[in-house]
Design a protein around this ligand. Structure first.
Ligand SMILES: Cc1cc2nc3c(=O)[nH]c(=O)nc-3n(C[C@H](O)[C@H](O)[C@H](O)COP(=O)(O)OP(=O)(O)OC[C@H]3O[C@@H](n4cnc5c(N)ncnc54)[C@H](O)[C@@H]3O)c2cc1C
Length: 209
């Protein structure tokens, strides 16, 4: 995700960009992703917001409830004034859908996309960045950016640290919806077209529909 977004940003500024990925194809797995206006505003600038809105959802409210009593603690309305104030909407979208939007944006912008390339190390040679790959092919550029995720291979080259566990655990699950699912009940319990965050002391549950 960061690689595609970074590639688009660099193309926007006139750079020739080659994005290499170790997987045999560009893709993403996972669940839903919330995009606040600071993210959707950037998609808007790249001309990709319309596409994201076609496949994403704009919740009407963000609702916080007490997990024990169900009492509504606070509610943020997300359309109208909210969108005007922050210059872009709040969007919930499946991770692989957002990934596809960015990938298509990169293709349209002329980013060179290369799969099956495992970068093993990077070094500076005569003021230029050189990425050495497992296949023995080198990529040379003015700048090499490592957008290789949480377990980055490249980060140890510039920082002597490791991911820090926050000791929070997030469980995710889905509720199957069939033709027989009583829609009204589901909607009522999740508060129509709202993302619901439920709090109980140190625990939090999120639901969206
Ligand atoms: C449970 C959970 C919920 C989340 N919810 C949200 C949310 O709602 N909203 C939000 O904004 N964020 C959310 N996040 C955070 C977000 O998912 C991550 O910050 C984001 O996916 C990180 O993207 P990335 O591109 O940095 O890394 P990655 O998605 O890990 O991408 C790294 C890429 O680099 C490739 N790669 C790795 N090493 C090499 C190598 N040596 N050579 C070549 N390629 C390589 C990998 O194959 C991969 O494609 C959530 C995270 C979690 C765990």
């Amino acid at each position: 995700m960061a690689g595609l977004a970074g590639a688009l940003a660099l193309r926007e500024n006139g750079a020739n960009v080659t994005l290499v990925e170790r997987a045999p194809e560009f893709g993403e797995v996972g669940a839903g992703l919330q995009m606040a206006p600071n993210a959707s505003r950037v998609l808007k600038r790249w001309g990709l917001l319309e596409k994201a809105l076609e496949i994403g959802v704009q919740p009407k409210h963000l609702v916080f409830r007490d997990a024990v009593s169900g009492e509504e603690l606070t509610r943020q309305t997300l359309n109208g004034e909210f969108t005007d104030r922050y210059g872009a909407p709040y969007v919930v979208i499946h991770r692989s859908d957002l990934h596809r939007v960015l990938l298509e944006g990169c293709e349209a912008a002329g980013v060179t996309l290369v799969n099956d390339v495992m970068v093993e190390s990077v070094e500076t040679v005569n003021g230029r960045g050189v990425a050495h790959t497992a296949a023995g092919v080198d990529y040379e550029a003015d700048v090499v950016i490592g957008a290789d995720g949480l377990k980055s291979t490249l980060r140890p080259l510039v920082a002597n640290d490791e991911p820090v566990s926050s000791a929070y655990v997030a469980y995710r699950g889905t509720v199957p919806i069939t033709e027989d699912t009583p829609r009204l009940t589901l909607r009522t319990s999740l508060s129509t077209s709202a993302r619901t965050a439920t709090w109980s002391s140190t625990r939090c549950a999120r639901a969206s529909c």
